[in-house]
Structures are given as structure tokens and as C-alpha cells.
Write a protein of this length. Sequence first.
Lengths: 173, 102
Amino acid sequence: MTVLFYISSIVAIIAAAMVVTRVNATHALLYLVLLFLSIASIFFTLGAPFVAVLQIVVYAGAIMVLFVFVVMMLNLGHEAEERERTWLRQGVWALPMILSAVLLGTFLYALRTPQQELAGIAIGPKLVGVSLFTTYFIGVELASILLLAALVAAFHFGILPTRTEASNEYHTD
Amino acid sequence: MNTIPINHALIVAAVLFVLGAVGVMVRRNLIFVLMSLEIMLNAAGVAFIAAAYKWGQPDGQTMFIFILVTAASEVAVGLPLLLGIYHHYKTIDTDRVSLMKG
């Protein structure tokens, strides 16, 4: 189980690095699916089988499908890949990498001492359900309100104006 | 019984978060910015599950379910917004759509 944790962590980190550096959006999406699956494996090794399955169902199954649909609808094509290559010159990565390396360095410095290790037990769905419906019941209600708001917003944003309305209303530069 | 040192799991979460942050900063294409945001949210979820593993409580998994809800609604709102931007400005370059009207 420990070996599985380290293997899936390495796969997750490599997949995340590949997502960020691809020029083709579909390639990045496939690496993102791989990232979600490896994170689900990490969750399983950390004694959380319920959220491991939930990660696959919701993230890899629903959110990634939305991304794939949008990328297919945008239909970017080969000129988009060439444009991405011109945008992703070597100099672009320098300052964000330096800043992020400093940030990561502070994280790693803070995490350098091994913490007290406890026995790994698997926390199943029943305990999570009890926690959701007793302690965090208000959170469940707020989550449902948030989802309703997102539904209304998605419906509203999904209504695209026709070309004539858009050209009359806005001034693009 | 084999146990996983908790700081290793938190290191994994930190590395994933920083990779997502670099992606948000560097990429100009809005799709890639949204994908990098998803990486960051997943990294926060790994940190929560690691904490739940350490303390043996289900609260970390409950928090991850709320993170799932937040990420799903963010994607549900952000993707139609992106489609609207593409429909109107004919570009999804964040440097081009960076001006607000008025």
C-alpha cells in the first residue's frame, strides 16, 4: 500500500507537469484525466475509499466530460497549436518557476520533519455519511444552494447573443 | 502495519499545487488556466485527505466533498463563460480579453 502511494504520487506529479506544458488542448485533457485517476489512487492508499470513487465519478466522469465537450466545441485546430508554441517561449517560464520554486521551498522546509505516524485505517462511506448529515449538515445545505446558483448561472451564460446584437452592443479593439 | 509519513502526502499536495499555480500564471489560453485551477483544487483535496488519514476522522473526506461541489460549480459557470467569450471576442487569449468595458 505504501509503494502504491509513492508510485501514484510520482505519476500524479508527472501528469500535472505534462498538463501544464502541452500545446494541444486535447493532449492536456488526457493527461488531466490521468492526474485525476492517480489522485484517486492516492486517496485509496490514504484510507479514503469513498472519496476515491467519488473523485473518479465526479472529476474524471463529469468535470472532465465538460472540458472535453468545450474543447471539441471550440474546435481550435492546428493554428491554435502554433499560437500556443509562440506563446510558450522559454523565457515565459522563468519568473513563475522562480516564484513557485521559492513557494515550494517554504512548503518543503516546513514539512521536513516527519510527523507522528498513526496507523492507517480506512474510513468508509458510513462514517463520512454520518459526518455529513450530523456535523456538517449546514454545509450540505449551502452546497446545494451553491449548485443551484451554478445551474442558474450556467443556463444564463449558455444563452449566446446573435451576431447582430453583439456587433451593435460592444466595441471590440 | 505499513504507514505513510504524513509529510510525504503533504509534500505531494504542495508540489501539485505549485504546478497548478505555475500553469495559471504562464498559460494564456483560458482552457489551460481552468485546467490548472482544477489541479490546484485537487491538490488542496489531497492535503485534506492526508489530514483525515493522520487523525483518523471523516472530516477530511467531508471537506473534499465540498471541494468537489465547489469545483463542479466553478467549471459549470466558467466553461459557458469561456464559450461566451469565444463567441464574442473570437479569441480565448487572456491578454486580449483583459480589458473591462467602461
